[in-house]
Write a protein that binds this ligand. Structure first.
Ligand SMILES: Nc1ncnc2c1ncn2[C@@H]1O[C@H](COP(=O)(O)OP(=O)(O)OP(=O)(O)O)[C@@H](O)[C@H]1O
Ligand SMILES: Cc1ncc(CO)c(N)n1
Length: 274
């Protein structure tokens, strides 16, 4: 049984964060564990408050995992401030887990900030170097690089600049772009690879990024192959968006039914050469 850990924030409304990650792990049939970094009082429409867990308790949770069970892959999501980042970075250095997928969460789908504005430097310096793959959406890639992204070419440029900062694989997600297709670009420092699906006409995309990065982590643990993991995860997240729920007054959540992973695998190949 593959063992997956998510280090992230808790979304009490169940669509994103730790909750989306654990649902994804279950659908993949792997064993899910969680280190909670922040408790976020949020729903589809707004973020009401954020309570960060103390660095000591974040560290204790990570110790609890590694002194006992260990992991086959780790997904890292919301890290809201310098202290959380430093605590997580310190433990990653200590335990050096295999397969680290980092989703550099900065905002919720409804636009609410989830990371302190001035923490981006710490994120780049202390956290990004641990990523085997980093999965920024367009606003996050803009924030990390300082460039404006309006085209596939701009996404490629952002991927290159992030790779130049020492990130091994960068997957710039196109969920926030306009157009008929949702294309994500994977860059390995040498070549670009494209993962494309038809854009689904829905507002219910709360938690898509969390779902995608967790699916990639689970796929890495299962296959040891990043391209295969991204291909399967793209099929998984697309199916989860197709079945997303129109609940709440803001962007509704993706839905993870129990055989979604198998269901996603039967879909056509999302890999496309542009
Ligand atoms: N309407 C859509 N139809 C199809 N695929 C989509 C749609 N919206 C997003 N995606 C895909 O979902 C995945 C997640 O990308 P997205 O850019 O939405 O992440 P995100 O903004 O980090 O999500 P969140 O912050 O809500 O967790 C990507 O593969 C993206 O292409
Ligand atoms: C806790 C948490 N993590 C990530 C996101 C991004 O979707 C969110 N809305 N909430």
């Amino acid at each position: 049984m593959k063992k997956l850990l998510t280090i992230a924030g808790s979304d009490c409304s169940g669509g994103a964060g730790i909750q989306a990650d654990l649902k994804t792990f279950s659908a993949y049939g792997v064993f899910g564990m969680s280190v909670i970094v922040s408790v976020v009082a949020e729903n589809t429409a707004r973020v009401i408050s954020i309570q960060n867990i103390t660095p000591e308790v974040i560290s204790d949770q990570i110790d609890a995992i590694y002194e006992d069970i260990g992991t086959d892959a780790v997904k890292i999501g919301m890290l809201s401030d310098h202290e959380c980042m430093e605590a997580v970075g310190y433990k990653l250095k200590q335990y050096r887990p295999k397969h680290i997928v980092i989703d550099p969460v900065m905002y919720a789908k409804n636009g609410s900030p989830l990371m302190q504005q001035d923490a981006v430097g710490t994120l780049i310096r202390d956290i990004l170097p641990f990523a085997d793959v980093l999965t920024p959406n367009i606003p996050e890639a803009e924030r990390i690089t300082g460039i404006t992204i309006e085209s596939i070419h701009d996404m490629e440029e952002a991927a290159k600049r992030i790779a130049d900062q020492g990130v091994r694989h960068v997957l710039v997600k196109g969920g926030h772009s306009l157009g008929d297709e949702a294309t994500d670009i994977l860059y390995d420092g040498q070549q670009m690879y494209y993962f494309t699906e038809k854009r689904i006409d829905t507002l219910n995309t709360h938690g898509t990024g969390c779902t995608y990065s967790s699916a990639i982590a689970a796929g890495l643990a299962l296959t040891d192959n990043l391209h295969e993991a991204v291909k399967q995860a793209k099929a998984y997240v697309t199916t989860a968006i197709r079945h997303s729920l129109h609940i709440g007054s803001g962007p509704g959540p993706t839905h993870h039914f129990y055989d979604l992973y198998q269901h996603g695998l039967q879909r056509s190949d999302p890999t496309k050469q542009i």
